[in-house]
Design a binder for this molecule. Sequence first.
Ligand code: ZN
Length: 339
Amino acid sequence: MYQTTIAGSLPKPNWLAEPEKLWAPWLLEGADLERGKMDAALVWMSEQEAAGIDIVTNGEQFREHFVHGFLKHIDGVNWNKMTTMGIRDNRYDAEVPTVTGPLSRQCKIHSDEVVFTRAHTQKKLKFTLPGPMTICDTIADEHYGRRADMAMAFAELLNQEARELEALGVDLIQFDEPAFNVFMDDVSEWGIAALHKAAEGLSCKTAVHVCYGYGIQQNIDWKKSLGSEWRQYEAIFPAINNSRIDQVSLECANSKVPMSLIGLLKDKEVMVGAIDVASLTAETPEQVAAVIREAGDFVAAEQIIPCTNCGMAPLPRDLALKKLRALGAGARLAAGIVK
Ligand code: ZN
């Protein structure tokens, strides 16, 4: 029997935020907004449980964006000084805040949502935080001078946060590092060291999510430029396999990443992405099961955790729900459990 999970995010209901958008503006304010986030999280936790997902998340219903949700509460990040920056090696431009002084946390950032989430599910709970390298690729720097130094400063703050969340009952903390397959040399030079710092002292499971990005147009165009086989992971998986991080999440559904590359992660648990978040068609359970079985050719079944390729935040809500159900059903099918 496989343990299943999702990469992290799920769409916001259309009464909470503008649908089918990244960085979607909230449609509620004040106390209504806070209540709305909780209600949306309850809906998604119940849907995950009904779909047979074993390790659930709150669907990231409490944050506007996976990186800036954390940055909003960090001193040293100047939101009055926005800089237009080419991110992911100039794949797209984004207006980002600027680091203009030493970094420190103003407060506990995600504790309240974790207390709420933990109280409303008996399932294992996963929580996602942005990885240090990806944060540094999503913010301008006028203070630290070297990305590696700024990454270590963020890693220290992530570690403070992660320790609090673990103490509140989170079972798995995942660091999202889509920048890992863009700056491959930096991964072994300082990316893993920064992750280790972020995960230092944690006794819960830890994971890193690497990916080729959400199904937005800039990513779709970039992927077209990568050729017929995507081998970027070949450069970073040996370093990740040697790391102290327990699990790796990557995309395997409709991916041009050769499945054989997960053989480089022989000492890790692998969250095998069996749901394509860039496709507007829900997978069938048979398609999901086929991806899981193929992964089984390269890593042991006990190491496989069926998952989504990436976050489902930008998808239509009903489609995300169908994909969630296909994931649960496909994992049961692959395990030989007919229900
Ligand atoms: Zn992703």
